[in-house]
Design a protein around this ligand. Structure first.
Ligand code: PEP
Ligand code: MN
Length: 374
């Protein structure tokens, strides 16, 4: 059971202590507080865990300071959508709002290679009014002999260049909890010129100790990739691990599933699950067309499969696009063959905008048709 407290209630108010005292004496039920930091205020949610079937919702709703009582299913307690709930979706980070209705593009390098390439990329993004990017510093690779990223050594110049070109959020995969400290330290050293969204890669979706470590910190939001060979339920539970440790600022990323049936694409594109994740949870949903499709092949219409897949995800309501670009793909150290080119950026962004507007029109169409499926 979830209890949402009145937003005006302060930590030291007598109403709060009265209500918490009442809840604490309920038999076979434990009480867990979860703070939700918004732009203007911090909300407190109270979770009752255990035998809550016997509890009377009306009695709890009548306690002082209680705004709403929601019976929640056992799954995705914090990130899930539950019946009759009014909790909002998403969060704000470094001045940018991420939720289930807006859309941000994170175009950038799969792997940081040289400061020159990072700068060329950031400059191109700024010219297009973009405030987010992707920059891989820690790369999980299939072969132990392959380039595994420049790691902490590249962080200072990546962050400084992001600041120089007004980039507010850099999505960056980490593969070990020590990388959180390295990122924090580099941001501190460079005077916090930008923000970082920690990315959990598909190979680590069920690395529970890594999830717990990332969930324990609340400074950085998290982009969690769907596991490529597990069920959607298992991946959504992985997201809930982050939230249960305290960090509910999570975006869920679809990146294709590993199966021969996806061939000739690198993975089986799974963007039909955009509305599914939005229905089951309150997380914003990201699509990664680069790692799903994995090539620059194009259709007879001259449009790249990556561009088509992006359009399919955005038209279905995606809230974020994570996509590989490179100024000189032939020189890229990771995933060059799937990178889009810088001169493709303006049209790609325009295409995404068209699809997002079309998605909004589709929502209106079904809402006003009188056939709206409640
Ligand atoms: C990436 O985004 O760089 C990446 C390695 O993706 P994934 O974990 O989805 O393979
Ligand atoms: Mn890659």
């Amino acid at each position: 059971m979830l209890i949402i407290l009145n937003s005006e209630l302060t930590q030291d108010s007598p109403e709060l202590s009265h209500t918490l005292k009442f809840l604490a004496q309920l038999p076979n039920v434990s009480v867990k507080l979860h703070e939700v930091k918004g732009a203007e205020q911090t909300l407190t949610e109270v979770y009752l865990i255990g035998n809550t079937q016997a509890l009377d919702c009306d009695e709890i709703a009548a306690l002082p300071g209680v705004e709403q009582v929601i019976r929640i299913s056992d799954e995705y307690r914090i990130l899930g959508r539950h019946q009759y709930e009014r909790r909002t979706t998403g969060f704000e980070y470094n001045g940018i709002r991420f939720d289930q209705s807006n859309l941000h593009v994170f175009a950038g390098l799969c792997a940081v290679d040289t400061p020159e390439h990072v700068e060329t990329m950031m400059k191109a993004l700024k010219a297009q009014g973009q405030q987010c990017t992707r920059m891989g510093a820690y790369k999980p690779r299939t072969s132990p002999y392959a380039f595994q990223g420049h790691g902490k050594q590249c962080l200072p110049y990546v962050f400084e260049l992001a600041g120089k070109y007004d980039i507010k959020v850099v999505a960056m995969e980490i593969t070990h909890e020590s990388h959180i400290d390295e990122i924090r330290e580099a941001l501190h050293q460079t005077g916090h010129p930008t923000g970082v969204m920690l990315q959990v890669g598909t190979r680590n979706t069920q690395n529970f100790e890594l999830l717990k470590a990332i969930g324990r910190q609340k400074e950085f939001p998290v982009l969690l990739k769907r596991g490529f060979g597990i069920t959607l339920n298992e991946s959504l539970n992985a997201a809930e691990y982050l939230a249960s440790e305290g960090n509910a600022n999570v975006i869920f990323c679809l990146r294709g599933m590993k199966t021969g049936a996806g061939s000739p694409h690198r993975n089986m594109v799974d963007f039909a699950h955009v509305p599914v994740v939005k229905r089951l949870t309150r997380m914003p949903v990201c699509i990664d067309p680069s790692h799903s499709v994995g090539s620059r092949d194009k259709g007879p219409d001259g449009i790249l499969d990556i561009q088509h897949a992006t359009a399919q995800g955005v038209i279905a309501g995606a809230n974020m696009v994570l996509v590989d670009f490179h100024p000189a793909p032939a020189k890229a150290l990771v995933d060059g063959p799937q990178a889009l080119l810088l001169d493709e950026l303006p049209r790609f962004l325009e295409d995404i905008q068209l699809c997002h507007e079309l998605y909004q029109k589709r929502v209106k169409l079904y809402q006003t048709s009188g056939l709206h499926q409640a």
